[in-house]
Ligand binder design. Sequence first.
Ligand SMILES: Cc1cc2nc3c(=O)[nH]c(=O)nc-3n(C[C@H](O)[C@H](O)[C@H](O)COP(=O)(O)OP(=O)(O)OC[C@H]3O[C@@H](n4cnc5c(N)ncnc54)[C@H](O)[C@@H]3O)c2cc1C
Length: 232
Amino acid sequence: MVHVALITYTPDPERTIAVAARVSVSAVGISQLSEKLTPEMVKRLIDRLISSGHLSPFEHVNFTFAIEGISRVTSHQLVRHRIASYTQQSQRYVSFRKFDYVTPPTISAKAELKAKYHQTVSDAHRLYVEMLDAGIPAEDARYVLPGAAETILVMTMNARELMHVCSLRLCLKAQWEIVALFGKIKDEVEKVAPRIAAELKPKCYQLGYCDEAKSCGLFPTAAEIQAEKPSS
Ligand SMILES: Cc1cc2nc3c(=O)[nH]c(=O)nc-3n(C[C@H](O)[C@H](O)[C@H](O)COP(=O)(O)OP(=O)(O)OC[C@H]3O[C@@H](n4cnc5c(N)ncnc54)[C@H](O)[C@@H]3O)c2cc1C
């Protein structure tokens, strides 16, 4: 099961964004930038940045998460997001004599297939261990491990990229495991930066419609909106 812990982050994240934003609109020197910046001013500045799309100030805030219990299928999707830093447990240097793996709920729901799934994964793992015992290096034996294999990684991402990635990965059209992962990432951000966390949401909130072929029901698709318009 996916577990996320926020291990470190830029101190006073929302104030940091507001201070950076102030540089662009104030004629004050750097010593005065964070003076008299009340919580209300911070909130107002962030609201204005979001509504105007002036998002570079969000790049000054980083969050570092420890993530465990996701499959290699999902970590592969995750690392496609390039504006971030990742350090992942190595299948070259670590031998997995004890092996945890993810079972998708659709498979768990079908008893017969679930049993075959567990059997196939455990057969693959048995061969893996047999190869290790025969002196095959872990980096080669791992070729038989499935995408279901659980992994651990540390990820650092700035608040701007986090908003972008959540716009894609909190969409219910993304795969369930990465949706769950970013749900937990959002929960962690919420604890330290609730105003930023409020911007971690699927892209339809910003668009005002669903840009997928079929909507999950949160917003109508562009085609549905068009169909509802009275013809002129
Ligand atoms: C639902 C879903 C299905 C997907 N299916 C597939 C699939 O079938 N096959 C597949 O290969 N991928 C798939 N992807 C991955 C997708 O194509 C992107 O690679 C991934 O979402 C990374 O996001 P991003 O490109 O927005 O950029 P990030 O890497 O998160 O970067 C953020 C932004 O920075 C900018 N940027 C970063 N790097 C560059 C660059 N080199 N040049 C120009 N601009 C850049 C872009 O504006 C980008 O949006 C899927 C993603 C989703 C969400």
